[in-house]
Structures are given as structure tokens and as C-alpha cells.
Design a protein around this ligand. Sequence first.
Ligand SMILES: Nc1ncnc2c1ncn2[C@@H]1O[C@H](COP(=O)(O)OP(=O)(O)O)[C@@H](O)[C@H]1O
Ligand SMILES: [Mg+2]
Length: 355
Amino acid sequence: MVNTMQKSGSGESITKDARIACNVSRVAGIRNVEMLITDEVPASIGHGSKRCTMLSGIAPDGAAVVIKAAISCDIGANEIENNISSYKLAEKLGVGCFFPRVVDYGKIPIVPKDTTGFGLDVLYPLDVVYLAMERAKTPFYRALGKVNSPDTVYDSLYTQLYSLYERTLQHDPRASLSFLEKRFDDLERYFGKHLPAAGLSGSEELGKVHLIRGLITPLRPKNVVLTTGGEIDVAHVFFSENGRLILIDPKPAKQMVGTPQTDLGIFATLAKTVYALKGGGYGYDKAKELARKAGRLQGIDERTSDLLFEVGEIRLLATSARFRVGVNDTQATLFSDMAKEKLNHVYYSLLERRS
Ligand SMILES: Nc1ncnc2c1ncn2[C@@H]1O[C@H](COP(=O)(O)OP(=O)(O)O)[C@@H](O)[C@H]1O
Ligand SMILES: [Mg+2]
């Protein structure tokens, strides 16, 4: 029985969610399909709207699963295809164990002018696109509260991430370049558009971003690893019952291979500064250490690893500032000031290094 009473975005989406759930439970062989109740990271602020219907259920083999589903014409369907492409890449590289086990995925046709009683009244054939996967047990931020020393949780995460990097190291200067380009496109968007629109930054900062881009690009490593896709959201890091790292909701496969230092800068800043999680200071220092260690694996020096880590920090602080405009203006200003300070630090470090 589908529970339609859970809190959802709007009245319309409750109905849509329930209808998608009915279609999934009819065809995918998954029992006890219900709306998934997700818990939010404390202090998080929604970055965008809900795009997929999230369900829980029981697979034919008895395993607890999460099903992510969307109607094929909705943007959520792309998100699901993206997740599937990355899980396939991870399998191919022999590191599927760092992601949720994929139980099933596919498309379920919705009959036009549905007469099945579920009434998705579409005028032309559409599908429900779905991905059924292992249900990961403990979100990272919950794990921090379950142990005496949160440091051990960061240690476990970083040890496992390093193993992911080690096992996926490959020579690919082009992937390294396109990965970095994307990071700087992001920075240019924030400092060229979003922050100036809120009066939080100006042309001087954008000029620095351009210069940093030009100076860092030639320093980039030629060796890449499977990363968390350029950013890592605390809400996407889980552990299994026996402590195995499970990374959910990855970026599309083509964005996953690159340099992990920016991802780690993002994660560390989220944990320490933005969400102020338990042990965030320790988590920050150790993330920086891991960035350097990964850098050694990739053949770059410590200073370059630090700079790439800081690029991640700047990106995260800029994003956090942007999404707090009009919601918490004091924090928006605080985070944009921190982003600008970091930007200056990277800028002057690079100028010093050049001279
Ligand atoms: N495999 C999973 N195991 C446990 N929880 C999950 C799983 N997949 C998703 N979730 C929960 O659902 C939330 C939304 O899923 P996500 O894949 O991040 O969707 P979105 O594309 O909307 O960001 C996650 O933050 C997490 O709490
Ligand atoms: Mg997500």
C-alpha cells in the first residue's frame, strides 16, 4: 500500500509521487513501496527543487532498497540516467563497492489515457524512469553522533576515499583539463553573476578568478582518479551497516574523473564552516592532508594540491552565500566575505609562485 500522507513539496507533487509509486510497485517486483522519509542535514538550505520521487521498498531477495523515480519528460529522469551512468562507470573501474549496489533500473511505460485506475492522464506515451538500489544505512552526519569520537568517522571516510583514488588512478590529461575547466566555469558563474546580483561581489573578484584560472591550469595533474564529481554534498555520504562507505547521487559519469582536491575542499568547508558538524575542525585538517596525499599519487606538489583544495573552498563558500541571500543575509555576507578572502589568498599565492 502506498502511503500518500507523507509531507511533500506541494499538493500536486503528493499526487504525482503516489502515482509514480503505484507504477513502480506494479512492475519492478519491489514490495512495500512507500515514500522515503529522508532526514535533512542540520543547517542545510535547499539547493533547488525536488526533482525525483524517492521511495523505499523491499527487493525480491529481501534487501531494503531505495527507488528513485521520475516521469521521462521531467528533469528528474535525467538525474536518474546520470546516476546510472556513474554507477556503471564505477563498476567498470572495479570500484562499484563505493556506491550503492544497483538492484534494478529501467522504464515502465505509462499507458496513455490510463485505464488501470492509477490515472496518469497523459496524452502521449511516457515512461516512469526508475533506479532501485541498496538502501544505505547511516548518513555521515548521523554517524558523527553515534560514536564517542567523531574523528573516527572522518578517518573512516578519508581512508576509504583514498582507497577509491588509488584503485582508479589513470593517466588522462584531457579529463584533468575538462574537470578543472568545469570548476572554473562554476567560479565564473558565481563571481560573474550570482554574487554581483546580490551586491556581494564585483568585477575585481571576477578578474582574480580569470587570472587564477590561467595560472592554475598548467599546474594541473596529468593523472586523474574517480572523484565525487567535482563536489561532495554531506547529504550524499553514507555508511553501510558494517561501515562501508556508500556515495549516493553521483554526477554524470563524464564528470566523475578528475582531481579530488576541489571535492575535498568543498566537503571540509561544509563540515567545518557551513554545517558546523561535530569534529568539523579535525575533518577539515584531515581532508587537506588527504588532498595532499592524493596529489602525491597524481604527481603534483603540496602547494598545487592546497591551491586546488582552496578552489573547492571558494566555490562552496560562494554557493553557500548565494543560497542564503534573502534567507539569512548575515550568513550570506559572512560566507561571501570568506570566499573573497580565500580568493585573495589563492591569487597572491599564485602571483608569488610566478615571480
Ligand atoms: N541509496 C540510498 N540509501 C539511503 N538513502 C538514500 C539513498 N538514495 C537517496 N537517499 C536519500 O534520499 C535523498 C535524496 O536522494 P538523491 O539521490 O540525493 O536525490 P536528488 O537527485 O533529489 O538530490 C538523499 O539525500 C538521501 O537522504
Ligand atoms: Mg541529491
